[in-house]
Design a protein around this ligand. Structure first.
Ligand code: ZN
Length: 331
């Protein structure tokens, strides 16, 4: 630290910053308390130096991804809700750790790489996310070992698809790997759940027959072999690799997203309207309305996709566009 910034930092400052970042501060915490009971608060400029140094040594990661799933080592994967977390961990060791050691003592396991994860904002805004100011509940990788949980494994962490998502625009095929077959089977065996998730993501209540055709095309084209596809992003992979989905005659969800889509069609479309939740044509000509899911973007702790609705007649016209935050789906 002195070499790079020419400043000296008291070890208790480093402990304070680590604590802010939700890191294990181990023995030093107790020691410094005994030796120096009047610990001064670390000045803000030094907080930044220390964080930078911690990042350099990979102690805090620049971009730790949020996740909304967890496991407890029973071979199952769960959606991260407060109810699920309490039911599966009973808030007991090793999932609940000593709060003197961890400012945020709630832990679980990443279903994708079997490394420890920390649960952020399990109880409301009790824990203010330091890096992202994100106050919604989520999990994130904890890049050190935690007593009683599987040992932290750097190699698995680096290969974890949640930590290291592959950009969807990279159209590279994964050849002869068991993961391809695994994903194909997940699609085949979870058609109903995938249909529900696709409706939730897009705000469009696509009919079963429409979704089944989409899934058939996805499987026939072997689009699950793209390297960007993993067990947890299947509905996005399906939507992204379909070029466009015809929306004529489909119904729109009453969700917030659905309401915004309805409004956009009513206000912006030259050829279509929404009647009792269903998309109808208002002209005789041959025109169409398509859903497109594109522009996968990874930024900071989150991933995004853009949902667009485009009408095609004399000219193409995008009448709705919105970037949505991606989450993990389990099947
Ligand atoms: Zn992981």
């Amino acid at each position: 630290m002195k070499d790079k910034y020419g400043v000296n930092v008291h070890t208790s400052y480093i402990a304070q910053v680590k604590r802010m970042c939700g890191l294990d501060i181990g023995e030093n915490y107790n020691k410094s308390k005994k030796e120096n009971p009047e610990v001064k608060r670390c000045p803000q400029e030094k907080v930044e130096y220390i964080k930078d140094a911690l990042r350099y040594f990979s102690i805090i990661e620049r971009e730790v991804k949020d996740m909304n799933i967890f496991s407890v080592g029973d071979g199952e994967e769960y959606d991260l809700t407060r109810e699920n977390y309490i039911a599966k961990t009973h808030k007991r060791f090793p999932f609940y750790q000593n709060p003197k050691r961890y400012q945020n003592p709630y832990f679980a396991i990443c279903p994708a790489c079997n490394n420890p994860i920390q649960i952020i904002n399990l109880f409301g805004k009790q824990y203010e996310e330091e890096q992202t100011r994100n106050t919604t509940m989520h999990g994130r990788h904890f890049i050190r070992s935690v007593d009683g949980l599987p040992l932290y494994n750097r190699e698995n962490y680096d290969a974890c698809p949640i930590h290291n998502p592959i950009a969807f625009r990279i159209r590279r095929i994964r050849e002869n790997e068991p993961i391809n077959e695994e994903i194909r089977e997940l699609v085949e065996n979870n058609r109903n759940k995938i249909a529900i998730d696709i409706r939730k993501i897009t705000g469009i209540l696509l009919k079963n027959e429409r979704i089944n055709r989409i899934l058939d095309d996805y499987i026939a084209a072997r689009d699950y072999c793209y390297t960007h596809t993993n067990r947890y992003n299947i509905p996005y992979s399906i939507l992204y690799t379909r070029e466009s989905i015809n929306l004529f005659g489909q119904k729109i969800d009453t969700s917030d997203l659905g309401e915004r889509i309805t409004l956009a069609i009513r206000n912006n479309s030259r050829y279509f309207d929404v009647k009792v939740g269903r998309i109808i044509k208002t002209v005789e000509e041959f025109v169409s309305l398509y859903l497109l899911v594109a522009n996968h973007r990874v930024q900071g702790s989150k991933q995004y996709m853009t949902i667009s609705i485009e009408e095609r007649g004399d000219a193409n016209y995008v009448l709705f566009q919105e970037e949505v935050e991606m989450k993990q789906y389990i099947y």
